[in-house]
Unconditional design. Sequence first.
Length: 162
Amino acid sequence: RLFSYTDTQISRLGGPNFHEIPINRPTCPYHNFQRDGMHRMDIDPNPANYEPNSINDNWPRETPPAPKRGGFESYQERVDGNKIRERSPSFGEYYAHPRLFWLSQTPIEQQHIIDAFSFELGKVARAYIRERVVDQLAHIDVTLAPGVAHNLGFALAHEHTP
């Protein structure tokens, strides 16, 4: 029933922020990471809704586990065998799929992507964030990052080899 209520509200009201409509607003406010979209009733003064971040003193943060502050804590249970919380080494490869996508594009499409990155990053107020994003693009392809950096009016900090 809990799941169907949420799905019904999203379906009826057309978006995920139905809890902000005054009639649906809870008596006790709570924090979540939903921002923007339909039915936003407040303008959020915080510039970031994710963590870690460098622009909002690293807030919001996860609540520490239950003994300290009441956050989620896994139930202690007996486990037969080895239980590890690790990801495979391939999980750390962040650039293979973006590189495949980039290389699958025609030169005209690649130029459109460069122009789109330049347009969107041109709206970012903090220069160091623009530079960090372009630095990440340098891991994808040697032509992508310099094109975006040139359009934004700065040089790459250092060369990368994808």
